[in-house]
Design a protein around this ligand. Structure first.
Ligand code: FAD
Length: 410
């Protein structure tokens, strides 16, 4: 299957951009990412040559996602894909566990990869030094810097803007990002041997959405603080989930509950509403929170649900456990479904959502091997009609690259 897009402008205007930045990497710096008035992060499509544009159309993870259902005889879980190991875990280093987003599993696995000499650096994201809400891709080579990057950054970032630079080092590295970023890496691995050889493993969190930057600006505005005056911030961490905290000059802190960003309506990008793989089916290791029902019931020391999807991911996970980097305990895949109801719903409905966009006249993406048909068949007629109508309503309201109200995944 191929997609129906003929330009990057269409990808952006029809709301398929995930802001990963791969297109800017292909443009060799000619195209830059920039914020839209709605707080999303988008490439400057005017700066792309036809050659670069052709490459982007082949690799863009906004419109090209190939899941793991390419071998029909594999035993696959219909929602969660190939599950080799599922467990609950956390970093055995108390500082990492405390400071990290959840239990510090991603940071602990990255630390293990560096300490064991399997990777020379980690490609992940970290806060920008001048703009506290902004994040940059970084190549981290030591434990101290790993800790500064260990958090959930709930705002747009373009980590794949650095993927070609990472490959140009000739060194081995881990990719530790979001599911859509991993989809871009997988697309690149199909055409670039270096990406197959140098990337030691990939890991990603389950990703409910990338909220617009303006959501976090609004959080601070409600506290009479301008985001540009912040010297630093974190969305969560220092406990699980911890508070959302901003830091001002003079040691002043402003904070609010983690749940404030998620319990009311908030703005996200359209592509997240139709995402075919927000649970990192393509990553070697996927991880997320383990909050029964999908929201925290209070503070905990920090725990992750962990799924290894591939042999490579499973080997790394067990090596890290055996080397004392992770503590793990039993978990079932049903427990994971119970803690991620929005992801189960999105997986069941994404096919109908995508269908609604094409019924509205938008181009068709190239989403394959994602178990779409089996999952769509789990919907009854009412669910299907309501889902289809909801997406149509958003598209017809002109919500392409504009932010959409996030109202759960209905
Ligand atoms: C945008 C976003 C949406 C999320 N949605 C869900 C969800 O639906 N369900 C759920 O259970 N959990 C969600 N999470 C939180 C996630 O569960 C935890 O981040 C994850 O469990 C990892 O926790 P950790 O303690 O192992 O991570 P840490 O050890 O703190 O490491 C965090 C890692 O995440 C990477 N990272 C952080 N922010 C970004 C970003 N914006 N883009 C790319 N990479 C990033 C960092 O590079 C780092 O490698 C989301 C996180 C983010 C950033």
């Amino acid at each position: 299957m191929t997609h129906g897009f003929t330009s990057v402008r269409q990808i952006v205007e029809q709301g398929y951009c995930v802001s990963c930045g791969l297109c800017t990497a292909f443009s060799n710096g000619a195209a830059q990412m920039g914020y839209t008035t709605s707080g999303q992060y988008r490439p400057d499509v005017e700066a792309l040559t036809p050659e670069v544009e052709a490459k982007i159309l082949t690799h863009c993870p906004g419109i090209n996602v190939a899941g793991p259902w390419d071998v029909p005889l594999k035993q696959m879980h219909p929602i969660w894909g190939e599950v080799r190991t599922v467990c609950m875990g956390w970093s055995r280093d108390p500082d990492t566990r405390h400071r990290a987003s959840a239990g510090g599993v991603m940071t602990a696995l990255n630390r293990f990869a560096l300490d064991s000499g399997q990777a020379d650096f980690i490609l992940q994201v970290a806060a920008d030094g001048d703009d506290a809400l902004h994040s940059n891709p970084v190549m981290i080579r030591n434990a101290e810097d790993l800790l500064t990057g260990s958090q959930s950054r709930y705002a747009p970032v373009a980590p794949l803007a650095a993927i070609l630079d990472a490959l140009d080092t000739g060194e081995r590295f881990v990719v530790s990002l979001k599911p859509c970023d991993i989809a871009g890496v997988r697309n690149l691995q199909k055409t670039d041997a270096r990406a197959r050889e140098q990337i030691v493993f990939t890991q990603a969190m389950f990703c409910g959405t990338t909220p617009s930057r303006s959501e976090t600006e609004a959080f601070f505005h409600r506290r009479n603080v301008r985001a540009k005056d912040l010297t630093d911030m974190r969305w969560r961490g220092h406990g699980c989930p911890g508070k959302t905290v901003g830091f001002l000059p003079g040691g002043i802190e402003v904070d609010g509950p983690y749940s404030e960003l998620w319990t009311d309506k908030w703005k996200t990008q359209f592509r997240c509403k139709i995402c075919p793989d927000a649970i990192a089916l393509q990553a070697d290791i996927a991880t997320g929170d383990i909050w029964p029902g999908g929201m925290p019931k209070g503070e905990t020391p920090g725990e992750n649900a962990i799924i290894s999807h591939t042999k490579r991911g499973d080997d790394i996970l067990h090596q890290a456990i055996n080397a004392g980097y992770l503590e793990v305990t039993d978990l079932t895949i049903d427990d994971v479904s119970d803690s991620q109801p929005h992801h189960v719903d999105l997986r069941r409905t994404f096919g109908t959502r995508v269908q609604a966009t094409t019924d509205a006249g938008h181009n068709a993406p190239n989403f394959t091997d994602l178990n779409e048909h089996q999952l769509t068949h789990t919907l009854d007629a009412d669910e299907k009609a309501a889902t289809h109508a909801g997406t149509l309503r958003r598209v017809k309201a002109g919500q392409g690259d504009e932010c959409v109200d996030f109202d759960g995944f209905s």
